[in-house]
Ligand binder design. Structure first.
Ligand SMILES: *Cc1c(COP(=O)(O)O)cnc(C)c1O
Length: 365
């Protein structure tokens, strides 16, 4: 028995009829870009999150750039982002013309919290982007309070946290805007690239809709230069079908995570943090090991696929060498880069597969 890291094929097989019919409907209506299916998905996703507006766009990276620009972030502004995240979070800041400022993360949750942000504040700080990393909501109350105190814009990067809740509310609708990716491997994934900006602010929503569509509302009435980042009809129709299954898939992920927690108790790996007031949606199940590379190789030899999210803290990437950082500036993120290991995690994972992973981890050393 091998244990894959994820299995999108198996999920497709379970919803094939609905997905195939949705794709056929889009083609027969030639509703390829924008149109009914996009509107229906946007409305359903906003409802699901408890947000006022959802604006579909091309991908999660664009969603972040659009949200920043529509909240008035641009040249001369500093935006604080975690050092431990996917590069898209910081990339979008530069794309919006603003300056990237990295902050370290909390050593238990591995998300950026208010205490990481505070020392990075300057007179030019305009926004912060907390990331609900691996599916675990960042500590939003503290971040929102700090933001109010300093008049900062809060853009949530919820690309890994569809449906996760913080104190009973779904993430993505807690700050000024929330950004989602529907990349195929995400918890709610399309069959290609897709993304969305979510907001309760009418003006931000209106600007986001224009920004993503060449700065216009009607055909040739361009109020400003925007970009071309629209949601495809086919992707929206697929997402609408899949949204109906998201809670059931999230429950399945959480059950598998509980099993991992049970079976890995007492083993030489640190398990993910589970705060009482949040629901972690386990986009990734990330453990830590002092001999991470050895453990990874051991699991590979046992037919178990794993991942590393992420192997290099962002400030240490070649792309950010210009900032002149070294690992000592971000001790927690740098330690994470050397110790984190993502175990197989997807809704269809079986008890036997989890047992196999746990047994293999137990047999290491
Ligand atoms: C996937 C991801 C993104 C970017 O989404 P794309 O749709 O791939 O552009 C942004 N932030 C985080 C944390 C992600 O995991």
């Amino acid at each position: 028995m091998t244990v894959p890291f994820a299995d999108l094929k198996q999920q497709y097989e379970s919803i094939k009829d609905g997905v195939d019919a949705a794709i056929r409907a889009v083609i027969s209506e030639t509703a390829f870009v924008g149109g009914r299916h996009v509107e229906e998905f946007e409305e359903a996703f906003a409802d699901y999150l408890g947000a006022k507006h959802c604006v579909g766009c091309g991908n999660g990276t664009d969603a972040l750039e659009i949200a920043l620009r529509c909240c008035g972030v641009g040249e001369g502004d500093e935006v604080i982002v975690p050092a431990n995240t996917f590069v898209a979070t910081s990339e979008a800041v530069s794309a919006a013309g603003a300056t990237v400022v990295f902050a370290d993360v909390d050593p238990i949750s591995y998300t950026m919290d208010a205490s990481n942000i505070r020392p990075k504040l300057t007179a030019r700080t305009k926004a912060v982007i907390p990331v609900h990393l691996y599916g675990l909501p960042a500590e939003m109350d503290d971040i929102l309070a700090l933001a109010r105190e300093h008049s900062l814009i809060v853009i949530e990067d919820a690309a890994q946290a569809h449906g996760a809740t913080y104190k009973g509310r779904r993430v993505g609708a807690l700050g000024h805007a929330g950004c989602f990716s529907f990349y195929p491997g995400k918890n709610l994934g399309a069959y290609g690239d897709a993304g969305a900006v979510v907001t309760n602010d009418d003006e931000v929503a209106k600007r986001a809709r224009m920004m993503s569509n060449h700065g216009r509302m009607s055909k040739y009435d361009h109020e400003f230069e925007g970009m071309n980042s629209r949601l495809d009809g086919i992707q929206a129709a697929i997402l609408k079908v899949k949204l109906g299954h998201l809670d059931e898939w999230t429950d399945a992920r959480r059950e598998k995570a509980d099993l991992y927690h049970e079976m890995l108790k007492g083993q030489a790996v640190t398990l993910p943090f589970r705060p009482e007031h949040s629901t972690h949606v386990y986009h990734l199940f990330v453990v830590r090991s002092r001999n991470r590379d050895g453990l990874r190789e051991h699991l590979r030899r046992n037919g178990i696929s794993t991942g590393i999210h992420y192997p290099i803290a962002l400030p240490m990437l070649q792309a950010y060498r210009y900032l002149g950082h070294d690992a000592t500036h971000f001790p927690v993120s740098s330690e994470a880069a050397n110790t984190v290991l993502s175990l197989p995690m997807f809704p269809e994972l079986t008890v036997e597969q989890i047992e196999r992973v746990a047994k293999a981890i137990g047999g290491f050393e």
